[in-house]
Design a binder for this molecule. Structure first.
Ligand code: ZN
Length: 320
């Protein structure tokens, strides 16, 4: 029993009373733990998304952009990739406003020298020259370094007689900070892809979201097989620029991978989880199975009987 009791104080909430009470504090979620899917709007557990689902939304299949290193890890066999031309860095020939500082800051942030990683690796045991661009490095745009590295990779494929695979994510197209030097990379990389074609060495090009401008309009579109990830945006000028130029509304899904496949601009759309197997199969079909067949035929030819052992058969009728 209590001897004294205090009268309870009630707070009357009048209509005019300003809201004094703070809203109940939500438990703060540390940054990076959850990722919002831009397609279905659901909150996804980042660790689960990245480690178990290759950064593809497990509810709606939206393919998130991934950096070049993670892309390489998904595409090439562990412990097989050797990088080439890693130290190549671009000059600042135009002394473009803020360019040098921007590149330096991006370099520090991404740990990349420029927007592409090139090298030789194995895809399910099939050796190939691989180049992978990174959207995080100035939008994956092609300056003189990207152009030079991709060209050298294609030339290396030609010399070593290895198939080439490129993964592009060059949303910015040609890098405007390097002016004409960037534009020249379109011709240079295209010429290298052309030489590879003449030599009959396969080149598989994979488009990821987004591949636009000078990257889409040069080497990326010159592969023997053009593959895109679902929903990837691929094109030259952006849709807004086109609409303003032609004064018309663009059709639904314009410049998306599915639209381009329907209109014959792509050979296939491949889910990220099936990409490595698909590329390995294509490398077999276009190169390794062919080489194996030729070697088997050469072996079989060695077993051909001597002429005097051959019995003479009647000539078959024409067409037989
Ligand atoms: Zn989603």
């Amino acid at each position: 029993m209590t001897w004294f009791s205090r009268p309870k104080r009630y707070t009357k909430l009048g209509r005019t009373q300003p809201p004094e009470a703070e809203p109940p504090k939500k438990k703060d979620i540390p940054e990076g733990v959850m990722t919002k899917c831009p397609s279905c709007g659901q909150l996804l557990y980042t660790k689960n998304l990245e480690e178990n689902n290759n950064s593809v939304c497990y509810l709606c299949d939206y393919h998130f952009r991934i950096d070049a290193r993670r892309r390489l890890a998904l595409l090439v066999d562990a412990g097989s990739f050797v990088e080439t031309d890693a130290g190549l860095v671009s000059a600042d020939p135009l002394r473009f406003l803020d360019y040098a500082r921007k590149v330096e800051a991006t370099r520090r942030k991404t740990g990349l020298a420029d927007a592409v990683i090139c090298g030789v690796g194995e895809i399910r045991g099939r050796r190939a020259v691989v180049s992978v661009s990174d959207f995080n490095f100035m939008g994956g745009s092609m300056g003189s370094v990207v152009g030079e590295k991709v060209t050298r990779a294609l030339e290396h494929a030609l010399e070593a007689k290895l198939p080439a695979v490129s993964v592009s994510a060059g949303g910015g197209g040609a890098r405007m900070h390097e002016g004409m030097l960037s534009l020249m990379q379109m011709a240079k990389t295209s010429a290298a892809a052309g030489r590879l074609k003449e030599a009959g060495i396969p080149f598989i090009s994979i488009f990821t979201d987004p591949t636009m401008g000078g990257v889409a309009a040069s080497y990326a579109s010159l592969g023997d097989v053009l593959i895109a990830e679902p929903g990837a945006m691929i094109g030259f000028a952006g849709p807004r620029v086109i609409e303003q130029t032609i004064h018309r509304r663009l059709p639904e899904g314009f410049q998306r991978a599915e639209f381009l496949l329907e209109h014959g601009m792509l050979d296939m759309i491949c889910h990220r989880s099936e990409l490595k197997d698909t590329v390995a199969e294509l490398l077999d079909l276009l190169w390794y199975a062919r080489a194996a067949l030729a070697a088997a035929r050469a072996e079989a030819a060695k077993l051909r009987p001597r002429n005097d052992d051959v019995i003479h058969l009647p000539k078959p009728a024409a067409g037989g």
